[in-house]
Every structure is written in structure tokens, then in C-alpha cells.
Write a protein that binds this ligand. Structure first.
Ligand code: C2E
Ligand code: MG
Ligand code: MG
Ligand code: MG
Length: 278
């Protein structure tokens, strides 16, 4: 009976794997077609500087509505793109679109920085990084207006090639942010060894602050360490007035979240920025 059960488990396991890989390759093929059919677009989420009250940057976030009108979340399609390698084409699209949009903002007399997500896998190849810098300069975008956001898992993996590429980008003026800090097994100890300009504290890190004593203490400690290392902190996922005021009181550097605004299409963003007041 045990053997029988084992076979059954084995069967279900393979079935599950097969189902998952079919789902992956279906998303992959739809994404590839979707890139050609212009089904992807960017929205921009404002990032506010507590110091001067200005929207200093916006984070570009990918949105995908397929040809049937289904909205697919980046949480679903980005991991697939990462595992199939399509992330390179997607990433190229994102950077080019963001640079073009930046020029549009400039011509509307709006001068802000852009924050652009990069997957760990996109940092594998020095030539790709060179192309990003070329793309940025071709669009007459000053390199220091661009921040690349990399998730914190890169900190621990200690991958020399990726770290070398981060140094290369940074030495050419681009800023580097560690994204989703506080979600993995991140140690603040790693921070001193990496070329980092910004730390983005994940929403889950302060979602119960200021009511939760432990979250308050952790946020205070993190802010203190970051300050000592000359790293600016961006609080992600600020959803209410209490969080906003708490962070302001803690002298956090930047805030981003639904309390300020969700991601906006480029026209909406332009309108938002024209009437933004602290
Ligand atoms: P992320 O880089 O950490 O982006 C922040 C996510 O939090 C976004 O989700 C944003 O819409 C959401 N968010 C912002 N403010 C709030 C808030 O106040 N409350 C809550 N609950 N959520 C908030 P989104 O757009 O679904 O993106 C999910 C993830 O997908 C991103 O997390 C990023 O890791 C990845 N991603 C998105 N666009 C790109 C891209 O162009 N390239 C790469 N490599 N990854 C991307
Ligand atoms: Mg990000
Ligand atoms: Mg994040
Ligand atoms: Mg996140």
C-alpha cells in the first residue's frame, strides 16, 4: 500500500510539475507576442522627499493587459520572464519607454528622476549594462537621474559579476537602490560592502507602525544605520496618515505608497505633478 501511495504521490507530483511548466510556457509565449503587440505599458509611482516635500522621483512599474483584456500582475509574469530569459527584452522595453517618457516630462517642464527595476538576472551581462548607459545617454538623460532598483536577495548571493556590474553602473553616475529590504534574510551588515545609494524598506516592515512597538524599533534602528552609512531610506507602501507622520517624525528620507499616489500613466502623472502640494 505504501508503494502504491508512493506511486500516486509521484504521479501527482509529475502532473503538478507538468501543469506548472505548461502554464509558464503559455505565459512566456503570450508575453513574447504581447511585447510585439504593445500590450505592455508603464505606470509611474511618485516618490516624495520628506526634506523638501517634492516628488523627486517616480518608480516605473510594468503593466500588462493581454489581447483578451486580462490584466496580469507583475508578481505573476516577472518571475516567468526571469526564468525563461524574456526579462532581457522586457527590461529593454522598460528602459527605452521610461527614457522616452522622461523626455515628455521634460518638455512639460517637469524635472524628476526615474527609478527602474532590474532583476538579478539582468545584471548578468556587462554588455547589457553598457547598452543601458548608451540608451540613457542617447535620450540625453543625465545618468544621475536614473536609479536602478535591485531586490535585496542580491546582497546575500555575493555574486561577484553582478556586484562588479553594480560598481560599473554606479561609476557612470547611475544610482543603485536595494528594493524590498526587510523581506528576506537581509543583514544590515551586507550594506557596508555594496555600492548602494538608497534602501527601500519593504511595506511589510512597517505595515503596523506606528502602533507596533517592534516595527517602530526596527525602523528606527534601520534609519540610524542607513544614516551612518550615508544611504538614503525610501519607505515603500505608505498607506495612511499615521505611517506618513511617523516616518516624517523619524526623519526618513523618502516615502512612496498609496497614501501619496498609486502608479499613474504618463498623462495622469503629468497632471498629478502639476498640482502636487506637500
Ligand atoms: P516593487 O519594485 O517593490 O514595486 C512596488 C510594488 O508595490 C508595486 O507593485 C506597487 O504597485 C506596490 N505598491 C506601491 N505602493 C503601495 C501601497 O501603498 N500599498 C500596497 N499594498 N502596494 C503598494 P507592482 O506594480 O504589482 O509590482 C510588483 C513587483 O514586480 C515590483 O515590486 C517589482 O519587483 C516587479 N516589477 C514591476 N515592474 C518591473 C520591471 O519593469 N522590471 C522588473 N524586473 N520588475 C518589475
Ligand atoms: Mg521596485
Ligand atoms: Mg519594493
Ligand atoms: Mg516589493
Amino acid at each position: 500500500a505504501a508503494k502504491e501511495a508512493g506511486r500516486r504521490t509521484h504521479y501527482f507530483f509529475n502532473e503538478e510539475l507538468r501543469r506548472r511548466s505548461e502554464h509558464q510556457s503559455s505565459i512566456h509565449n503570450r508575453m513574447r507576442a504581447g511585447l510585439k503587440n504593445r500590450e505592455f505599458r508603464l505606470v509611474y509611482q511618485p516618490i516624495v522627499n520628506f526634506g523638501n516635500g517634492k516628488v523627486e522621483k517616480c518608480e516605473a512599474l510594468l503593466r500588462w493587459t493581454d489581447d483578451n483584456g486580462n490584466v496580469i500582475s507583475p508578481a505573476e509574469f516577472i518571475p516567468v520572464a526571469e526564468s525563461t530569459g524574456l526579462i532581457h527584452e522586457l527590461g529593454q522595453f522598460v528602459l527605452e519607454q521610461a527614457c522616452a517618457d522622461w523626455n515628455l516630462l521634460q518638455s512639460n517642464d517637469i524635472h524628476i528622476g526615474l527609478s527602474i527595476n532590474r532583476s538579478e538576472r539582468e545584471l548578468n551581462d556587462l554588455n547589457a549594462a553598457k547598452q543601458w548607459l548608451e540608451c540613457i545617454s542617447q535620450h540625453q538623460l543625465p545618468a544621475d537621474k536614473v536609479t536602478f532598483e535591485i531586490t535585496e536577495s542580491l546582497l546575500m548571493s555575493n555574486k561577484q559579476r553582478q556586484i562588479h556590474i553594480l560598481h560599473y553602473l554606479r561609476s557612470n553616475g547611475v544610482k543603485i537602490a536595494i528594493d524590498d529590504f526587510g523581506t528576506g534574510y537581509s543583514s544590515i551588515n551586507y550594506l557596508q560592502r555594496y555600492p548602494v545609494d538608497y534602501l527601500k524598506i519593504d511595506r511589510s516592515f512597517l505595515n503596523h507602525a506606528p502602533g507596533d512597538r517592534i516595527q517602530v524599533a526596527l525602523t528606527e534602528a534601520l534609519l540610524r544605520v542607513a544614516r551612518a552609512l550615508d544611504i538614503d531610506v525610501i519607505a515603500e507602501g505608505v498607506e495612511n496618515k499615521e505611517q506618513w507622520e511617523f516616518l516624517q517624525h523619524q526623519k526618513c528620507d523618502f516615502a512612496q505608497g498609496y497614501y501619496i499616489s498609486p502608479g499613474l500613466g504618463i498623462e495622469e502623472l503629468t497632471r498629478f505633478l502639476k498640482q502636487w502640494q506637500f
